[in-house]
Write a protein that binds this ligand. Structure first.
Ligand SMILES: Nc1ncnc2c1ncn2[C@@H]1O[C@H](COP(=O)(O)OP(=O)(O)OP(=O)(O)O)[C@@H](O)[C@H]1O
Ligand SMILES: [Mg+2]
Length: 458
């Protein structure tokens, strides 16, 4: 039983195949033996019946008065020398008139078709029947046969069957072990290839075409998982490089500004001005680090908390109030349509809306209108901000939600920021069970997000 539960697939398969061979050959051997035994015993009884018929016929030919000596002689001539066959004839008084004496205490069991073990251990089977001899009925004829011939034959046949069955089981087990080893060699091939996969060889994949059909699915799934891991690894590498790159410029500015100021004695006024500009730079850095921390938390699966009933239109209006000065400076008009009531984290939703509107203001040409549309579809609330401007090239559209991605600066109307705004919008939408979308054409752009109206139900 333990072997059936072995943790080795090879062992399990060999044991199962060996057991099937053992069980199968046992059943086949048993059936064969039983058929042969039946045939041998049938043969014996047919032979006995033949003898009885012959002797009965001879007895019926005897004339009255009976000449026992002549009858015995003709009986001996008829039977010939058959060591295994014995014939006995008893007269109506039970006295034996022909044949070897029979153990007296076993005489009374001689009835019909019988089998018995003699006192000397010999196994016999026989037929006892009445015959008419010399015209007188009630004589008894007993024909017996030593079954040793059939027993020996069956014994030899049984032993041969056993040896053949055992040899068959051994053969099947050895062949199964070989076949299983050969079939599972693909797994060894896979593990050899898997060992080669590492950070330096992240492009290496498991074979798919050259592998057995059963393992192809596993290989394909594993390769897909590797693709995802490689993609995440590449992105994380890119992210680290981006972070280093983004921090380098403000840090270099801070260092060089400080070096210059320390180069010669400065008035209190000059020192204050430099410190103020350093503070501004440091605050921007802090903002960026906070944004990155926020994105890292969202990536690790954080969901929106502190959900409150929120009116999206009202949040848009609050954000527009905040940007009023900027909108006026750029002479931009804003048109808001639609509304949606949601259960969401109001602070996060406001931040997402603010990022979209700030981008639209940066991208929109002066004297134009920004259109904000709020839609409410069953469980989904959607907000889209449409502005005119140079638009976003089609190739860049899927990338604008990635961290630190900025479309070529020469195309944008005003200076772009850190490139974290839309990745934060995307993170906020995901935290509310939603997502983001962006479309752009010649001279227009539309960016937005949707959320689950009741993200608490997720
Ligand atoms: N409404 C828009 N119209 C045209 N281009 C846009 C619009 N919104 C975003 N973009 C492009 O997508 C880029 C990524 O936007 P995102 O908000 O992530 O970064 P950012 O605005 O440059 O910086 P941050 O938001 O961190 O200050 C922008 O640099 C800009 O080129
Ligand atoms: Mg932005």
């Amino acid at each position: 039983m333990k072997l059936f539960r072995s943790s080795s697939m090879r062992q399990r398969l060999v044991v199962v195949l060996g057991s099937i061979a053992l069980f199968g050959s046992f059943l086949a051997g048993l059936a064969l033996f039983k058929v042969t035994e039946y045939e041998v015993r049938h043969q014996e009884i047919s032979e006995l019946k033949g003898r009885v018929e012959l002797i009965s016929h001879l007895a019926s030919l005897q004339k009255k008065p009976l000449d026992i000596i002549a009858f015995n002689r003709s009986l001996t001539d008829l039977l010939g020398a058959h060591e295994y066959l014995e014939v006995r004839v008893f007269d109506p008084e039970g006295r034996q008139i022909y044949g070897k004496p029979f153990p007296a205490n076993q005489l009374d069991i001689l009835d019909g078709d019988f089998r018995m073990v003699l006192v000397d251990g010999k196994r016999i089977r026989g037929i006892s029947t009445g015959i008419t001899l010399g015209g007188v009925p009630k004589y008894s004829l007993v024909v017996t046969m030593d079954t040793v011939r059939g027993d020996k034959l069956l014994y030899a046949f049984g032993i041969t069957l056993l040896v053949v069955c055992l040899a068959w089981v051994v053969f099947v087990s050895v062949f199964a072990a070989w076949a299983v080893k050969r079939s599972l060699s693909s797994i060894d091939q896979l593990s050899e290839q898997a060992v080669r996969i590492g950070p330096q060889d992240s492009h290496v994949r498991l074979p798919v075409e050259s592998i057995d059909l059963e393992l192809r699915q596993l290989s394909t799934t594993f390769n897909r998982a590797l693709d995802r891991v490689q993609d995440a690894y590449r992105r994380s590498e890119g992210f680290n490089a981006d972070v280093a790159h983004e921090l380098r410029t403000p840090l270099a500015n801070l260092i060089s500004g400080t070096e210059i100021i320390l180069g010669k004695p400065r008035s209190a006024e000059e020192l204050r001005a430099t410190m103020a500009s350093s503070l501004e730079e440091l605050e921007l850095l802090q903002l960026m680090v906070n944004d990155m921390l926020f994105l890292a938390r969202a990536d690790s699966g954080a969901v929106a908390a502190e959900l409150t009933p929120t009116c999206i239109r009202r949040e848009v209006e609050i954000v527009l109030d905040y940007y009023e000065a900027m909108l006026d400076a750029a002479k931009l008009r804003v048109n808001v349509v639609g509304d949606a009531d949601v259960l969401a984290n109001v602070r996060l939703i406001r931040r997402a809306i603010s990022n979209l509107i700030s981008n639209a203001i940066k991208a929109s040409p002066r004297d134009e209108t920004i259109n904000i549309e709020i839609q409410c579809h069953d469980e989904i609330a959607r907000i889209r901000v449409h502005n005119l401007g140079t638009g976003i090239p089609e190739n860049d559209l899927p990338k604008i939600f990635e961290r630190f991605f900025r479309v070529d600066a020469s195309r944008t109307q005003r200076i772009s920021g850190h490139g974290l705004g839309l990745s934060i919008v995307n993170a906020i939408a995901r935290m509310h069970g939603g997502g983001t979308f962006a479309h752009s054409g010649e001279g227009w752009t539309q960016v937005g997000f949707y959320i689950d109206r009741n993200s608490a139900n997720r």
